[in-house]
Design a protein around this ligand. Structure first.
Ligand SMILES: N[C@@H](CCC(=O)N[C@@H](CS)C(=O)NCC(=O)O)C(=O)O
Length: 200
């Protein structure tokens, strides 16, 4: 059985939980508490030199970090990742967008707002994170005025990757009320077969 080293509060880790549940694939979840330093122990660094979760461990011991690479690996051969060259490239486009233009702002704003004290110096980052995060939300909203899911063939790992932090963007201070198409897309994702909500 595959093992996921993850943290339930992390959207990057939740991506894998959601996909594995939707695939109906059994897996073992090992909860890693980064606040308690468990991503930086010698034992964990021997598994992932980058000291981050999520990490996928295969039955034969091979290990793969990076949430969106893991999504691609797990989704191979399923309806969640097309074999068609163009549709696959579209999927990758949104996975890269998520990691470069979305997660660094929307996930980090959530982290600062929810887990750091109100007088923590990192609170000063919030205005810039909000500005850049809204730019990402604008891109998503524009795309979702034209189609129901990020890739034209339908629900895919691109939606899973973008759902992971968008559904909790309000925690970071984002007002989603002006993003009607994005709100409707969140509802469509939640209506997918075997959807599981993030709990932590
Ligand atoms: N690009 C990575 C980001 C992973 C990441 O930033 N993980 C965070 C949790 S969301 C983490 O492990 N933080 C603990 C640490 O850095 O020690 C991915 O998508 O998997």
């Amino acid at each position: 059985m595959k093992t996921v080293y993850g943290m339930k509060a992390s959207g990057n880790c939740y991506k894998l939980q959601l996909l594995l549940e939707q695939l109906g694939e059994p897996y073992k979840w090992v909860e890693i508490d980064s606040v308690a330093g468990q991503t930086r122990t010698p034992e964990y660094l021997a598994k992932n030199a980058n000291g981050k979760v999520p990490l996928l461990e295969l039955e034969d011991g091979r290990r793969l970090p990076e949430s969106n690479a893991i999504l691609c690996y797990l989704a191979e051969g399923s309806a969640y990742l097309s074999n068609d060259r163009w549709l696959r490239a579209q999927t990758l486009q949104w996975l890269f967008f998520e990691q470069y233009s979305h997660e660094p702002y929307i996930a980090v704003a959530r982290y600062i707002a929810k887990w750091l004290s109100p007088d923590h110096p990192r609170q000063a980052e919030l205005p810039r994170l909000l500005e850049r995060g809204y730019q990402a939300l604008d891109v998503m909203e524009k795309h979702l005025t034209e189609q129901d899911f990020f890739v034209e063939s339908g629900y895919s790992i691109a939606d899973i990757a973008l759902y992971a932090y968008t559904h909790e963007a309000a925690i970071g201070g984002f007002d989603l009320s002006r993003y009607r198409h994005t709100q409707n897309w969140l509802t469509r994702v939640e209506a997918q077969p075997r959807f599981v909500a993030q709990t932590y």
